[in-house]
Ligand binder design. Structure first.
Ligand code: UTP
Length: 290
């Protein structure tokens, strides 16, 4: 069945970005010419999804404002002859049907997903982490939907991670299934290097079904005292559930990290025909000075 719904989690504290994230949600930090979260919404829309629920915390109203319709601003812009910009912000508000759910306490990603239970219902849905930006030839969600091994199964995007980063990720053990697909055999959140079953880390894209909510409700707080989605997925697997893996082959930026955000911005600027020349000259000059 075609994916109709997506949940985007954006309720995290953003401690890595303090003090910048104190008043402005980190998801609203610009990546070249758009806030980070807009790329994620656009990715879901490109996969044909029209119903999106963003999980936010009480201090992230700017996200709502960004995707909401602002007729007064459209009129002011049109009145000044800025029709293109007026069209741009109108289009932004009409991209998808976006609703919001509040995560009152920051009890982890798993808990944030649980907050969207009513929105998601029983049907398969996509989960996108607002600070993971994916850039590649194919749409990750479309690929992941194909990586589901059973109609009622789930699928996760994974990527090879460096040794020193293994303890920061959910790590999976996979086995090869038919037709170049992979089944997940086991998964563990933030393992010690010696306990890691592989070097394949879970990245911020998932296809989940209603079964995840049952599993989340049974999951006790794990690493960092938070309810971890990886632990819930492990429970689902142990109860006979099926999880496919899609190996992501594009470029991923962690926009929740200072350097990750700068890298994403630079690369987006270099991909813009209008800015590319000036950016290259500037970067070359900068490197000579260092
Ligand atoms: P992160 O691990 O990036 O945590 O969350 P964070 O709190 O956002 O940022 P730091 O580490 O303090 O700098 C991964 C994803 O889970 C969401 C985040 O918004 C992000 O999409 N999340 C995390 C929630 O929605 N709620 C939580 O309680 C925790």
């Amino acid at each position: 069945m075609k994916l109709r719904r997506a949940v985007i989690t954006a309720a995290g504290l953003g401690t890595r970005f303090l003090p910048a994230s104190k008043a402005v949600p980190k998801e609203m930090f610009p990546v070249y010419d758009k806030p980070a979260i807009q790329y994620v919404v656009e990715e879901a829309v490109a996969a044909g999804i029209r119903e999106i629920c963003i999980v936010i915390s009480a201090d992230k109203g700017a996200i709502k404002q960004h995707f909401g319709r602002d007729r007064a601003m459209e009129l002011v812009l049109a009145g000044k002859g800025k029709r293109q910009q007026a069209g741009l912000i109108r289009k932004l508000a009409g991209m998808a049907r976006i609703s919001y759910v509040l995560q009152r306490e920051q009890k982890g990603l798993g808990h944030a997903v649980l907050c969207a239970e009513r929105f998601a219902g029983k049907e398969a849905f996509a989960l996108l982490l607002a600070d993971d930006l994916m850039y590649g030839a194919a749409n990750v969600l479309t690929q992941l939907d194909r990586a589901r091994r059973k109609p009622d199964g789930m699928a996760l995007a994974v990527e090879k991670v460096s040794r020193q980063m293994i303890p920061s990720y959910g790590i999976v053990k996979i086995k090869r299934g038919g037709r170049g697909a992979y089944d997940i055999e086991d998964l563990v959140e933030k393992p010690r290097l010696k306990d890691a079953p592989s070097d394949l880390g879970i990245v911020g894209r998932y296809i989940l079904t209603g079964e995840i909510f049952k599993a989340l409700k049974r999951t006790r707080p794990g690493a960092l005292g938070e309810i971890q989605i990886t632990d819930a997925l492990r429970g689902y697997l142990k109860d006979g559930g099926n999880i496919g893996a899609g190996v992501f082959g594009g470029t991923r930026y962690d926009a929740g990290d200072k350097l990750g955000l700068i890298k994403a911005s630079l690369e987006m600027a270099l991909r813009d025909k209008m800015a590319k020349g000036e950016m290259r000259t500037y970067l070359k000059g900068l490197m000579k000075k260092r």
